[in-house]
Design a protein around this ligand. Structure first.
Ligand code: PXP
Length: 235
């Protein structure tokens, strides 16, 4: 199982002051010191965190980018120019705090089938961010996606409440159906240091995309060093 590190929150923090700190490129460099598969970045329609230039700056480091994107022509054009390693098609609502719920592939399968064609033709791997639902898995196969990424948000919430079995079983069923159809399987959303071990129970998951909990932990694992360095400078 490989790890994709979502660095959107670094950009959120940077954008809070509209400045340069913390640098997304520096964050990417640090992440790339570890044995990760890719850096995951979501270019939203409203550009609330990742900006267009960030994608190119990180690509220049030689990083594999997993670009999360809505199925719009505007972002498709950017993806075709950027040439990320993979794209993950996600639903996007302007007011949402984060990606809430999976993409309805079933309900727009003809559109999505056409939409992903040029991306696939260029050799970009295409993933569909879906709920663990049989029809969504089958629709992802129908449109010729390479991967599904299972939305683990419901599982994560259930884990917090201490009653996650049903959600875990749904993930297992969706994953094995997908693999039986020849799709590869990723997972992500709400995974953290407490619940991630359970992903090992789902056979054949290729990649986990994790952002919030890693960046949150980094605040504490790195905060003491940051204060020490500042103290040295002002002594
Ligand atoms: N995968 C997808 C498709 C997402 O939209 C997100 C959130 O941006 C993640 C993974 C990572 O979720 P989290 O930040 O909760 O780890």
């Amino acid at each position: 199982m490989k790890l994709g590190v979502n660095i959107d929150h670094i950009a959120t923090l940077r954008n809070a002051r509209q400045g340069k700190e913390p640098s997304l490129v520096e964050a990417a460099k640090v992440a790339l010191l570890e044995d990760i598969l890719a850096l995951t970045m979501h270019l939203r329609e409203d550009r609330r965190h990742i900006k267009d230039k960030d994608l190119y700056d990180v690509k220049e480091l030689g990083a594999k980018i997993n670009l999360e994107m809505a199925a719009t022509k505007e972002i498709q054009k950017i993806a075709l120019d950027l040439m990320p390693y993979s794209v993950c098609i996600v639903p996007e609502r302007r007011q949402e705090i984060t990606t809430e719920g999976g993409l309805d592939v079933e309900g727009q399968k003809e559109y999505l089938k056409e939409f992903i064609k040029p991306l696939k033709e260029k050799g970009i791997l295409v993933s569909m961010f879906i709920d663990a639902d049989e029809n969504q898995v089958k629709a992802s196969k129908y449109i010729n996606a390479d991967y599904i990424e299972m939305h683990t948000g419901k599982f994560s919430l259930a884990f917090e409440k201490g009653d996650y079995n049903k959600e875990l079983e749904k993930l297992k069923a969706a994953s094995s159906l997908a693999q039986s159809l020849g799709l590869k399987v990723n997972a992500g959303h709400g995974l953290n240091y407490e619940n991630v071990y359970l992903m090992k129970e789902i056979k054949g998951i290729c990649e986990l995309n994790i952002g919030h909990s890693i960046i949150s932990k980094a605040v504490f694992t790195g905060l003491q060093k940051a204060i020490k360095e500042m103290l040295l400078l002002i002594k």
